[in-house]
Design a protein around this ligand. Structure first.
Ligand code: ADP
Ligand code: GLC
Length: 486
């Protein structure tokens, strides 16, 4: 079975968030289920720079008005097909926004081109390569199912995975004429969305199967609060909407071998984390204190509940805790954390910008990983935390609900607790959860037990990759290792 994955970011080449981790880990995970996955990505400089050994497999003289070509090659264990179109993608830095922070004005064209090229690959553009399924990720690949639906192939199947309903790729109706879609595609059954063009809407409408990244989020998005306009459509097609939980790359995230840690460790040597904690305190300018060290590794946005955290910092410091925040995002939220760091030198530290190795050290050294999100389709930081023996403190939404077992009295007695959950996602409930976490931390023996339990929880791709393989084979009638086992 050949599946073409289409994504706007992929680890380790270009990453702004969890989508890159997922797109980067899926192919290897699926290989074990007998699925061969290649990935189509835009040729940003960070990608083309790695394709020196690649081979040109197609040329476009008129790709939405610009020139482009496809370069295939293997990089970092990934089979990539890179859409090299300098006029669209040869821009440094963040893949979606200009250096001054605004969305690139031609994003509609950049990601329409990506999706159109994917559909052409599905039609056999490149000799010897014909995927049976195209798996599109997020709004940037949202037009893929539309191009396939309105195109000539009856056998090509499409899956779209929604990683975040909050990003929908909506544009004015004026672009429609340039999308290379037939006129009747501008309709409720096609790409039309509240009078304009909706890329994610098009994907959710036209794909054979819609998945999202956790079972809880799959039900949440059928409600107005989480569906963000698409809940009606999702309800209409609920028989083909599935929640498939993300896993993590167990090699890239392994505390026993992680080169970014000051000290490697396993569940049986979890006390060695103290050495990482010291290195982490150094990196963030924190005192070498013994109290609980809370941490955040995140985009600093409203989604992530960073304002709820900011409102609790005075209480945390008064209770003897430290806080290390790694992240960047909204200026106002960044400033709130920065102000706290200035108020409490040695107790609160902020490092802005994107730093992959440091994110590993935070997981390996902090006592608590905070994810107080208002909504969270899956969330990967709490999964990394579990694997690293860093206790997750999370709101009870989306994938956070599905992956962390709250340390309530019953769960502690049954010895199944792996973290702390709170609801609703507001300042007061987070405050209560922080106080509950402080009390748990005071009992060193019970805490270490919970750490070791978390480190053994199942966070790999194994069962979810098998689930994707089943979805592909249900669409194509082709068997994979996993469907054959059923
Ligand atoms: P989202 O995709 O919504 O941002 P996830 O939890 O799914 O949330 O994924 C976030 C990913 O980005 C994780 O791999 C996390 O470690 C990483 N990350 C977030 N902020 C930073 C940062 N400032 N430096 C390094 N890694 C970061
Ligand atoms: C999105 C979501 C996050 C999820 C990630 C990967 O960015 O916000 O919850 O883990 O995609 O699926």
């Amino acid at each position: 079975m050949e599946v073409l994955s289409v994504t706007s970011e992929i680890y380790p080449l270009i990453k702004t968030g969890g989508l890159a981790d997922v797109a980067g880990a899926l192919p290897a995970a699926l290989a074990e289920s007998g699925v061969s996955m290649r990935t189509l990505v835009p040729g940003y400089p960070a990608v083309t720079g790695k394709m020196a050994g690649g081979r040109e497999v197609a040329v476009f003289d008129d790709l939405f008005g610009v020139k482009g070509r496809l370069v295939a090659g293997r990089v970092a264990g990934l089979d990539l097909i890179v859409l090299d179109a300098p006029a669209l993608y040869d821009r440094p830095g963040n893949p979606y926004v200009s250096p001054d922070g605004w969305d690139w004005p031609d994003n509609w064209k950049r990601f329409a081109a990506l999706s159109w090229v994917a559909s052409q690959l599905g039609l056999g553009l490149v000799d010897g390569y014909r995927p049976q399924v195209i798996h599109a990720h997020d709004w940037q690949a949202g037009l893929v199912p539309a191009y396939v639906k309105y195109g000539p192939s009856a056998s090509l199947r499409t899956v779209i995975t929604v990683h975040n309903m909050a990003f929908q790729g909506t544009f004015g109706a004026d672009i429609f004429g340039q999308l290379r879609l037939p006129a009747h595609a501008f309709s409720v059954e096609g790409v039309e969305y509240y009078g304009g063009v909706g890329y994610l809407k098009a994907g959710v409408e036209c794909a054979d199967v819609v998945t999202t990244v956790s079972p809880t989020y799959a039900s949440e998005i059928r409600t107005p609060a989480f569906g963000m306009g698409l809940e009606g459509l999702l309800n209409n097609r609920s028989a083909t909407v599935f929640g498939v939980l993300n896993g993590i790359d167990m090699e890239a995230w392994n505390p026993a071998t992680d080169p970014s840690l000051a000290q490697n460790y396993a569940a049986s040597t979890v006390h060695h984390r103290a050495i990482n904690k010291r290195a982490l305190q150094d990196a963030f300018g924190l005192d070498a204190a013994e109290g609980p060290l809370f941490a955040v590794v995140s985009r600093l946005t409203w989604q992530k509940g960073i304002d709820l955290l900011a409102a609790n910092i005075d209480m945390m410091v008064a209770a003897g805790a430290q806080l290390a925040v790694l992240g960047s995002g909204d200026a106002e939220l960044e400033n709130a954390i920065r102000a706290a760091a200035m108020r409490y030198p040695g107790k609160v530290g902020l490092i802005t910008g994107y730093n992959e190795p440091l994110s590993h050290l935070v997981q390996g050294g902090a006592d608590v990983m905070m994810v107080p999100s208002r909504f969270e389709p899956c969330g990967l930081t709490q999964l990394y935390a579990l694997r690293y023996g860093c206790i997750p403190l999370v709101s009870r939404v989306g994938g956070l609900n599905d992956t962390v077992i709250d340390a309530n009295v019953a769960a502690l007695q049954a010895e199944v607790a792996t973290g702390v959950q709170f609801a609703p996602p507001d300042e007061g409930a987070l405050g209560d959860a922080i106080r509950r976490t402080l009390a748990l931390h005071a009992d060193d023996k019970a805490w270490k037990k919970m750490q070791r339990r978390g480190m053994k929880s199942e966070v790999s791709w194994q069962s979810s990759a098998a689930r994707y393989a089943q979805i592909y084979s249900s669409l194509t009638g082709l068997t994979t290792h996993d469907s054959a086992d059923d």
